[in-house]
Design a protein around this ligand. Structure first.
Ligand SMILES: [Zn+2]
Length: 451
């Protein structure tokens, strides 16, 4: 077990560069610079060692695809965003209130990183050991990116959603560090997230205060009237409809969270997307995963990027498995007989189903055929399993290993196959060496086809 020590009532939240003293009457301070639209991505490298930092296993529809420390890190930046994240729920400390910044600033969650990254890679990770009372720090300057490190031995870290008083809340502490990452220094306002020191468990730091809001709005500007807004989405298999306002007629970009982890944290982007101003419909890229979706309208500037909205790709209904049916019969080389199998998928869109029949006489000629109904009729040295009408797929030769292989091209079928139908496939083959009728058949393969 990793040695731990209990902190006093206050611990420091550091930045790696000196503060710029405020020249205005508000209490917040700034450190110089801001995050342009190429630096809105953020990720976590999950090297956190406390079991309590990764024990939140409860999924939340507002944070699809992530639990544990990743969900906590994702949430940590969302209260800085311009509008509510979805319905704003998912943080018990601020129900219906996650997304309070009201500025031309919105972050793009990019999931897992594969390492701690460089000082400009926008990755949050743990750092071994401790340093006095410092809990965590953000490496600056920030305009070209940042890095946040959390001292392993500074506290018992907890991923929430509830954090005991003798531990420290990762979401709260990282919400503070992300305040540095977006350009804020410390404030003297008691209770603000950007206070220099925080008492455990730091859960209240998850929710930015009026002074913090004034700070992010001072750096990025109050959310502009023309800023794009996502107010809801709808998904269908492979497709996403985004509803909102202020979308460009052309030249929109749709930003997705990457699927899986990658060495580069850039959002997955669709570019050149058209809109009627209030709705965008796109096909979802295959490398887009669960996470957030954002819309960047044409033009440059911090007011061109929308609020993040939770997004779970619709991968369609689960397709029932293909199944073997009917009977096979012994042949001259196999005491069991030829058996049907398959490779690829049953997806009509993917069009990659491969029919297999193994246990056939090597080099025999034969033919796959299919139909919509089953029959169990003695035929040749075996059984016919597919009822009429049947469609033949072309004569082929069994290979040296006794396998018959056929790539089912749905664009060149003798009879139609569509999603929702189940078809039965069987292999007929010559087998004079077995005597009798001189031909035999495999069992059959029932294939439910899906979109
Ligand atoms: Zn700090």
């Amino acid at each position: 077990m990793k040695p731990q020590h209990v902190l006093g009532s206050l611990a420091a939240l550091a930045i790696a560069s000196a503060l710029v003293l405020p020249s205005r009457t508000e209490a917040f301070t700034t450190i110089g610079g801001n995050l342009g639209l190429t630096q809105r991505d953020y990720r976590v490298f999950n090297n956190f060692t406390d079991p309590t930092a990764n024990d939140n296993a409860t999924p939340d529809a507002n944070f699809p695809g992530y639990t544990g420390v990743a969900m906590a890190m994702w949430k940590a930046n969302l209260d800085w965003s311009s509008r509510l994240h979805g319905n704003g729920n998912g943080d018990p400390h601020q129900p219906g209130g996650l997304g309070s910044g009201g500025a031309n600033f919105d972050p793009s969650w990019q999931g897992y990183a594969t390492g701690i990254g460089g000082t400009n890679d926008n990755i949050i990770s743990e750092l071994a050991g401790s340093s006095g009372a410092t809990l965590a720090f953000c490496e600056t300057p920030i305009a070209d990116g940042w890095r946040i490190r959390v001292y392993a031995d500074a506290a018992i870290w907890n991923d929430g959603p509830t954090t005991p008083n003798n531990q420290f809340d990762l979401q709260g502490v990282i919400c503070h560090e992300l305040g540095h990452a977006l350009g804020l220094g410390h404030t003297t306002v008691v209770g603000a997230t950007m206070e220099a020191a925080v008492a455990n468990p730091a859960v209240a730091s998850r929710s930015i205060a009026a002074d913090d809001i004034a700070g992010v709005q001072a750096i990025y500007g109050v959310a502009a009237a023309g800023k794009p807004i996502i107010s809801g989405i709808a998904t269908a298999p492979g497709q996403l409809t985004i509803n909102g306002s202020n979308f460009s007629g052309s030249g929109n970009e749709v930003w997705f969270t990457q699927l899986g982890s990658a060495s580069n944290g850039d959002p997955v982007k669709l570019t050149g997307v058209a809109s009627n101003g209030v709705q965008i419909v796109v096909n979802v890229p295959v490398n887009a995963g669960p996470g957030d979706v954002l819309v960047k309208i044409s033009g440059a500037g911090n007011d061109k990027l929308s609020n993040p909205w939770p997004f779970q790709p619709d991968n369609g209904p689960t397709c029932p498995l293909a199944f073997n049916s009917c009977f096979t019969s012994p042949n001259s080389v196999d005491a069991v007989g030829a058996v049907m199998g398959y490779a690829g998928t049953q997806s009509i869109a993917a069009n990659n189903l491969v029919l297999l029949a193994s246990g056939c006489p090597p080099n025999a000629s034969g033919i796959f055929y299919y139909g919509s109904t089953e029959t169990f009729t003695v035929f040749g040295n075996g059984y016919r399993c597919v009822g009429s009408p049947v469609f033949r797929l072309g004569i082929l030769q069994v290979n040296l290993f006794g396998d018959a292989i056929y790539n089912l091209n749905q664009n060149a079928l003798p009879g139609p196959i569509s999603s929702g139908q189940t078809k039965f496939f069987q292999f007929w083959y010559r087998n004079p060496a077995a005597g009798g009728a001189g031909f035999n058949l495999s069992d059959s393969l029932g294939v439910p086809f899906c979109p």
